[in-house]
Design a protein around this ligand. Structure first.
Ligand SMILES: Cc1cc2ncn([C@H]3O[C@H](COP(=O)(O)O)[C@@H](O)[C@H]3O)c2cc1C
Ligand SMILES: O=C(O)c1cccnc1
Length: 353
């Protein structure tokens, strides 16, 4: 895998050029249809073409990053921590929701062990990138050290650069980690300063008592750790997770490598938020897959400045919404390539052009 550090990656990130966007839009506007009539599909095609300089997708990959969380000891999830490694094995066997929806989208799934509290044997489709066997309990102190936070970011960055070398043109993010909606809400609270109760929801389906424990764990975590909102690496270290760091690095690395990245739900967007707080132009490369049921998600998307592609009441993660959104981006590109221009189709243009 290419070796690249955080600062080199940050230095490489450039905004997507307005002229490239305008060029792609000019092609769309010459096609035999009323202007703007393909709505947001036009945005998907315009942005993809401007980012990549291509009008098709060779390979699509969803990276599902996995990690465990010490904060699970606070009773913040409806499920026990052992579900994390169990689901990793399910992904490898092809039997999870992300496998089904990625097959539907024609995307590959690569699972990345960023910090699961379990030792996997070597397995096809599983990348071993374990930083540690789970984070520490963020309600009692930092989830991880600053060095571990940087290491998790660098893993994601290097994966993005290896995609660019391997002819992968569209990258999707995904997550697996029991308890990880808790650090995701804490990250959003740290950056936004909004009340924790407006950003914290039921994850896998906790009851009212569980929600009260989750709110208390996040509030204590913010109080004890005092994450510095001006230092996204500090936010990741104090109240984040290893899979969230991997996702943040992947999103940042895609921006640096000039690849569009489809960001899945609540946990993935927490990672994308860290990346876009590290460099504002990261936002140009993000496609927000969907609106999650988690109440904090819309605040994350607002900060990133991206509209969700889908709104299907999803609340799973794994990369599921991202895989579905990839199909729509592919549809938008097909329209971009195949719809004839007014001239070629012999159709009279209206007065608006
Ligand atoms: C069987 C199962 C499969 C999943 N796939 C994704 N998640 C999702 O739920 C977890 C986050 O919710 P919380 O913070 O409430 O624990 C993460 O693992 C996320 O990926 C799953 C959860 C379960 C139980
Ligand atoms: O939106 C998500 O990604 C999500 C929501 C709840 C639980 N797991 C994931």
């Amino acid at each position: 895998m290419p070796s690249i550090d955080l600062h080199t990656a940050l230095d490489r990130i450039k905004p997507v050029a307005d002229e490239k966007l305008a060029e792609a839009q000019a092609r769309i506007d010459s096609q035999a249809k009323p202007q703007g009539s393909l709505g947001r599909l036009e945005e998907f095609a315009r942005r993809y073409v401007a980012i990549t300089g291509r009008d098709n997708i060779r390979r699509k990959v969803v990276f599902t990053f996995a990690g465990d969380h010490g904060v699970v000891a606070e009773g913040v999830s409806a499920f026990p921590a052992e579900v994390t490694p169990q689901m990793v094995l399910n992904f490898i066997d092809g039997g999870a929701a992300i496998n089904a929806l990625a097959r539907h989208a024609g995307a590959e799934v690569i699972v990345v062990d960023m910090g699961v509290n379990y030792d996997f044997p070597p397995l096809d489709g599983l990348l071993q990138k374990k930083v540690a066997r789970g984070t520490a309990n963020l309600a009692e102190g930092p989830a991880m050290s600053r060095e571990q936070a940087v290491a998790s970011l660098v893993t994601g960055i290097e994966l993005a650069f290896s995609c660019a070398e391997d002819g992968i043109d569209l990258v999707g993010t995904g997550d697996m980690g029991i308890g990880n909606t808790t650090p995701s809400s804490a990250i959003l609270a740290a950056f936004s300063g909004l009340p924790v109760e407006d950003l914290t929801h039921r994850g896998t389906g906790i009851d009212d008592a569980g929600l009260a424990r989750k709110l208390s764990a996040i509030r204590r975590g913010l109080e004890i750790n005092r994450p510095d909102s001006g230092d996204p690496v500090d936010v990741l270290a104090k109240v984040g997770g290893f899979e969230i760091g991997g996702i943040a690095g992947l999103v940042l690395g895609c921006a640096a490598a000039g690849l569009p990245v489809v960001v899945d739900g609540f946990i993935s967007t927490a990672g994308a938020l860290i990346a876009s707080e590290l460099h504002p132009s990261v936002r140009d490369y993000i496609f927000a897959a969907h609106q999650s049921v988690e109440i904090g998600h819309r605040h994350m998307l607002q900060r990133i400045g991206q509209q969700p592609i889908l709104d299907l009441d999803l609340r799973l993660g794994e990369g599921t919404g991202g895989a579905l959104a990839m199909s729509l981006i592919e549809g938008a590109l097909r329209a971009y390539r195949e719809i004839r221009t007014f001239d070629d189709a012999g159709v009279s243009a209206g007065g608006d052009r």
